[in-house]
Design a protein around this ligand. Sequence first.
Ligand code: NAD
Length: 487
Amino acid sequence: MSIPHMVPNWIGGVEQPAILGKLFDKISPTDGRVLSRCAASTAQDVDAALCAAEAAQPAWGALPAVRRGMILHEVVLGMRSRRDELAEMVALETGKSRKEALGEVDGAAALGLFYASEGQRLYGKTCTSAVDGRTTLMLRQPVGVAGLIIAANTPIANVAWKVFPALVCGNAAVLKAAEDTPGTAWLFGHIAHQTGLPAGVLSIVQGTGLEAGAPLVADARVGVVSFTGSTAVGRSISEVCAGRLAKVSLELGGKNPFVVCDDADLERAVSFAVLSAFSNAGQRCASASRFIVFDSVYEEFRSRFVERTRDLKVGTADNDDLGPVINERQLHSMLATVDEARLMGAVVLEGGHRMTGPAHAQGFYVAPTILEDVDPQWTISRKELFGPIACLYRAPGFEAALALANDSPYGLTACIHTRDMNRAIRFMHAMQAGVVSINGATYGSEPHMPFGGFKDSGNGTREPGTEAINIYSELKNVFIHADPTQV
Ligand code: NAD
């Protein structure tokens, strides 16, 4: 099934156009053509989705969690049986290679499987009490209706990260799809519907953040909002949720450091540096963008890093290394920041421009870019660009490298390359980041592992893993009083 001419919403188990009949264009990042027209939803569509969610949630929440998990398992099987279609949609909408898109679908299905199985392990706990004859339990209950808002960078993974944990906990959910990947969310809705997810348990609303996302965040019927996106938008969502005392989970941006020590295996460090900076065209919250290299190996690392980057193949084929960025606005924004740094004296060692050759002319391709002589306080050092752009910094030694790594408003992921266990362990403890990687890449989450960031990278929650269960459930403490004399 390819992307429909008009991508509709899924409301209460039915495909629906936007109530006001408005549409927006989904543009292909590979060649700039209109791939599809999509429902441009507004508050009225969100209201319809929330009505459907409120109607469906009591029965869904009353199902034993094990049975909810079994239904979600069917959805996972549906994803696997339509693996190729899902991957084609992801590739079409993002410009990733088919191989990469298949990997993403497999990861999303593995995550779905983890949460489907959580239906069998939705543990509460028993607690001790100081009171005679009292037994205490902590039960988990659904929050009610979850509002889910996602980014487009890994579209099917992002859907899975939110939808499966929200649903296994017994919530109904309304997902506001990313406007750059409407077809992927729509196809997931199709699979969920086809595999027997009850109507209204998951509604999917297409549209922009302001027109469709904001009304979802503001609505009192939404008990928990889970958001993946930029820090600026996350902050505004957090303010709205605080005003109405709704739970909120924020998975936000990163400006992730990659430290290369003088004792690093340089070949290994360069391989992981290239992947961390440029895979998925640098559009991972966990991509590395700040490469902090010890003075004594700086020249050697720089020349190998530049050489490997020069060899990268940019395109959409399976043997290409990276594809386009998701839209033209992002492309202009990141290249404007590169130009600003250049004007301030930065040296562009590689890339730094839009690719305009015959194979790339119409698409949103940014040449893999490396800069040096960049001040750590400049915008390019502090702002997340979300593209294939890496900056090099020198450090005289370990403590200076660590301080520079921590000198960021963000704290999502961080990586160090060293053979020295003492450095690795000090880095592991002292790095202000939710994920630390030693001798690897800055990315690489797994379904059962908590992911999330310190500082401006989030609000302290972690998804996925069992930690996400706490976001999507309320805890209830129960006191049971017995009188032993009455036995
Ligand atoms: P974005 O914040 O512009 O948009 C993300 C989503 O929020 C979209 O669906 C958008 O429509 C919606 N939105 C925008 N304004 C809104 C509003 N006022 N109210 C409600 N919803 C609104 O982000 P983006 O540029 O699309 O995505 C890239 C960002 O996502 C990067 O910062 C990246 O680091 C982050 N990200 C974080 C993680 C993580 O797990 N930490 C994972 C992937 C992406």
